[in-house]
Design a protein around this ligand. Structure first.
Ligand code: CMC
Length: 435
């Protein structure tokens, strides 16, 4: 904890049974609510806190990303997501997240070169892929292959060496699109496409996804720009479930590839990164606009969830969703898609929800996943790959947060406590006496 986080303020807690009182210092960050430093709670009063879902718990100090959920603000290293999405590109945003500052042109060139030259994967990984069923969910393959990177890149698993940590970071950012595209190619039985060093990050990803060796493939610049923006919008989101998973795994000293594989597993769930896939499944299930009111009623009756809506932190419109909705219109217009029933349904659902007391009272707004699936589908990305794309983009956030954790001399193994409500002590009964 940096010294400048300390304030002269404190809050006190009194154990009414014993009358014992302990003062807890209040900490203040650059922005955001004050934070109670309760680290001496157990030694001072003998209590733990109980906060399932961590709704009131700050798990770490971080300099990377700031969210004001009530105001709908997201900033990386002080820069607003709106400005980054409009003026920056994904490589620059990656550098910013990793290093804390926007790169100079020389630094940017050097970083892009490094990432480009790490995009190929060890050739033996091709064989590793072949052990999976062709119909495996790509996220299952991602968990396995990214975890297995530790077996292929031994020379970047020593987390005590800052150089190895940086090499592992570069390898992960660079190879994720390659592995992601390989999961897709494997699922459809097409040959893997090697990365191309003359393309930028987003172009190269689209190329590896959609090119085949027997003919030339030209990347549509509007689509690669949209893909780059989608990557920026997903790059980091402070201490969300998958990032916290990466940090928790990292706190044990596990190697970075294992930690990122843990993050991918955590992202997969429909309450988190799996929501983009779930939104399309939901729209498909609703079928037509006429069925929307009945579906909304089911949501209000708690029989269904409105996927792509709601957020633990945002109690306002997710700023990423606004940019995503705009990008959606741009992509559909570029692709000359005049009537996209899914988009029409999504817009109508949003309007109904934003004016319905159930959603207004609970401050439920569209999140980043509400429109992203419609764009990705229009770009020809199969639905089962949506969460994989989220994982590709989020890798930089995970690795930046992991690096911050490992470089922090005060870091400890993450080890929450519990409220035990199981059986009280009892004697072991021999098998023949058990009923
Ligand atoms: N549809 C219907 N009701 C909802 C929804 C929803 N999508 N989200 C929350 N609610 C209701 C919830 O039932 C509860 O109502 P009540 O007070 O009557 O019990 C109230 O709103 C508060 O919800 P909560 O469960 O306390 O909220 P949470 O902070 O625990 O959950 C969430 C946040 C994102 C898991 C949840 O909103 C959700 O499951 N949304 C759908 C899945 C989704 O779109 N996830 C992507 C999140 S953004 C991308 C990412 O970070 O991965």
């Amino acid at each position: 904890m940096p010294a400048d986080s300390k304030t002269n303020e404190s809050v006190s807690m009194i154990d009414n049974t014993t009358g014992k009182k302990v003062d807890f210092p209040l900490l203040t960050g650059t922005e955001g609510p004050k934070v109670i430093d309760i680290r001496t709670l157990y030694s001072g009063l003998g209590f733990f806190t109980y906060d399932p879902g961590y709704t009131s718990t700050g798990s770490t100090e971080s300099k990377i990303t700031y969210i004001d959920g009530d105001a709908g603000i997201l900033r990386h290293r002080g820069y607003s997501i709106e400005e980054l999405a409009e003026k920056s590109d994904y490589m620059e945003t990656c550098y910013l997240l990793l290093h804390g500052e926007l790169p100079t042109s020389a630094q940017k060139e050097d970083f892009e070169n490094t990432i480009t030259r790490h995009t190929m994967v060890h050739d033996q990984m091709n064989n590793f892929f072949r052990g999976f069923r062709r119909d495996a969910h790509p996220m299952a393959v991602m968990c396995g292959v990214v975890g297995a990177m530790a077996a292929f890149y031994h020379d970047s698993t020593d987390i005590t060496d800052p150089h190895q940590r940086l090499v592992a970071s570069h390898r992960l950012i660079a190879k994720m699109p390659t592995i992601a595209a390989m999961t897709y190619k494997y699922s459809i039985g097409q040959p893997f496409m090697y990365p191309r060093n003359d393309l930028d990050y987003a172009e190269n990803f689209l190329y590896m996804m959609f090119a085949v060796p027997c003919e030339a493939y030209k990347v549509n610049p509007v689509l690669s720009k949209a893909m780059d923006r989608i990557f920026i919008l997903h790059a980091d989101h402070e201490q969300n479930a998958s990032t916290s998973t990466v940090r928790l795994a990292g706190s044990t000293g596990a190697n970075p590839f294992a930690c990122i594989a843990a993050g991918i597993a955590s992202l997969w769930g429909p309450a988190h990164g799996g929501a983009n896939e779930a939104v399309l499944a939901m729209l498909g299930k609703i079928g037509t606009k006429e069925n929307i009111p009945a579906f909304i009623q089911k949501v209000k009756d708690k029989e269904e969830m409105l996927m792509g809506f709601g957020h633990r932190v945002y109690k306002n419109y997710d700023p990423r969703a606004k940019i995503m909705a705009r990008t959606c219109h741009e992509v559909l217009s570029e692709l000359n898609i005049k009537n996209e029933p899914l988009l029409d349904m999504a817009i109508e659902m949003e309007q109904i929800a934003l004016n319905d007391k159930y959603f207004v009272d609970r401050k439920l707004y569209p999140n980043v996943d509400f429109y992203s699936g419609i764009i990705l589908k229009a770009m020809g990305i199969p639905v089962s790959m949506f969460t994989v794309l989220f994982a590709v983009a989020r890798t930089v956030g995970w690795i930046a947060q992991w690096s911050e954790l490992i470089a922090d001399p005060a870091q400890k193994i993450g080890r929450p406590r519990q409220l035990y409500t199981g059986a009280a002590p009892r004697n072991y009964a021999p098998l023949h006496l058990r009923k």
